[in-house]
Write a protein that binds this ligand. Structure first.
Ligand SMILES: C[S@@+](CC[C@H](N)C(=O)[O-])C[C@H]1O[C@@H](n2cnc3c(N)ncnc32)[C@H](O)[C@@H]1O
Length: 398
């Protein structure tokens, strides 16, 4: 019997990544160092600040009242310098540790992505624009300390940065060895929307700065009736994400566009989302993007962005902790974005203040459905951002 085309499994681009034993060992070690820095050393740093450094500054009449003063004081402390050095190096090593295996797999990855972009077996699509001018906040430096960030291309139809960012991200979050896991942020937002707006059935969904669609794909599953789109300025991550989605059997439409000005018609989307996006965008562009969201959102639509909590929402010490990335992780817009009130940004883009919101929502994968129901009834608070919860802001379009 001859198999129908639809019965032939679509190859998985991720399976072409085959690190050697030693490379895997190296990646495991990097995950461990990264965890040491971001969990254990972070905890030790805070304890030391509270029990030793702050009381000493207080005795000297210099108790810090804001995060800038805390940062200045901490920069003199060996514990902070050691933490920073470990965290910085761990970040760089996440990406470096996956590069050799990506390089070996590259010709096969390019070939597969190319084939899937023509065939679209799951019904998705990939639309690239080689003439798109990349914003300076993408090209000026290796954002996240990722060599070549998301956009660099060294061969025709290059997907390397998609693979480096994807596998480097797995090393970064300690998903070793490459446990398959959907985007927990998209999953958490989609779950929260389902509980908060039970009758909401978006026809079209847009994810801004989707990279390879990790936090876009959960919306395909949560809202199977919807047409799901992800945009990004960087071609390699879109090619890679499209190949992944087609393998997963999810019809997602990826296009290379600047979120500041897209080619979608007015009111085209019922739901616009993003994750880990705005803090990497110049503030001027953030304002333009939110105005573009207002243009693209249909009446009755909803916009939900997961981001870092703004300065006013957390303590001076936490602000000192979060803003570390501005100078140490090549994320120059981090502090400027966090200094803004997201509700004021929404209002400036034309959203109704009474219909705008910012809050923490639980991470559904770790919080669980039963506790989430209690959160929705107001009986339990959400964990803080990065500690089992996610900070989100957005607006309902009246
Ligand atoms: C940190 S990544 C986002 C990660 C992704 N949303 C996720 O959850 O896995 C930021 C992404 O935003 C994209 N980006 C930055 N500025 C953009 C713009 N103006 N328009 C579209 N994409 C943009 C970058 O190319 C990058 O892929």
């Amino acid at each position: 019997m001859v198999a129908q085309a639809s019965e032939i499994p679509v190859p998985n681009i991720e399976e072409l990544f085959r690190p050697t034993h030693d490379e895997r060992a190296r990646q495991g070690m990097v995950s461990f160092i990264r965890k040491l820095a971001i969990i254990d050393m972070r905890r030790a740093l805070k304890e030391d600040y509270e029990s030793r450094i702050e009381p000493r500054l207080d005795r000297e009449g210099r108790k810090p009242a804001d995060w800038q003063t805390i940062e200045k004081a901490m920069q003199q402390e060996h514990i902070f310098r050691f933490y920073s050095a470990v965290r910085y190096n761990a970040q760089e090593m996440c990406y470096l540790s996956v590069q050799p295996a990506v390089e070996r797999a590259l010709p096969a990855m390019v070939g597969l992505a190319r084939d899937l972009a023509v065939r679209n077996p799951a019904g998705g699509s990939l639309r690239l624009n080689p003439d798109l001018e990349l914003p300076k906040y993408i090209t000026a430096l290796d954002v996240h300390l990722t060599p070549g960030w998301v956009h660099s291309e060294h061969t025709a139809d290059d997907v390397a940065q998609g693979a480096v960012v994807s596998f480097g991200g797995k090393v970064f979050t300690g998903q070793h060895p490459y446990r398959k896991r959907p985007g927990v942020v998209g999953e958490s937002i989609a779950y929260w929307i389902g509980k908060k707006y039970p009758n909401f059935a978006p026809r079209r969904i847009l994810d801004l700065g989707t990279t390879s669609g990790k936090n876009l794909l959960p919306y395909c599953t949560a809202f199977p009736q919807a047409e799901v789109h992800g945009i990004d300025v960087a071609a390699p991550v879109l090619r890679y994400g499209h190949a992944l989605a087609e393998h997963e059997g999810l019809a997602a439409h990826f296009s290379q566009q600047n979120a500041e000005q897209t080619d979608f018609p007015d009111g085209h989307f019922d739901l616009i989302v993003s994750s880990f996006f705005f803090h990497e965008v110049a503030l001027k562009a953030t304002r333009k993007i939110l105005a573009e969201c207002k243009r693209l959102l249909a009446p009755g639509g909803l916009m939900v962005h997961m981001e870092l909590p703004d300065e006013a929402s957390v303590s001076p010490y936490e602000n000192f902790f979060w803003n570390w990335d501005t100078h140490n992780n090549n994320e120059p817009w981090y502090t400027a974005f966090r200094a803004e009130d997201p509700l004021a940004l929404c209002a400036a883009a034309g959203f109704d203040a009474a219909r705008s919101f910012k809050l923490h929502i639980p991470d559904i994968a770790t919080f669980g459905e039963e506790r989430h129901a209690r959160f929705m009834r107001g009986e339990l608070p959400s964990p803080a951002h990065g500690a089992g919860g996610w900070f989100v802001f957005g607006a309902e379009r009246g």
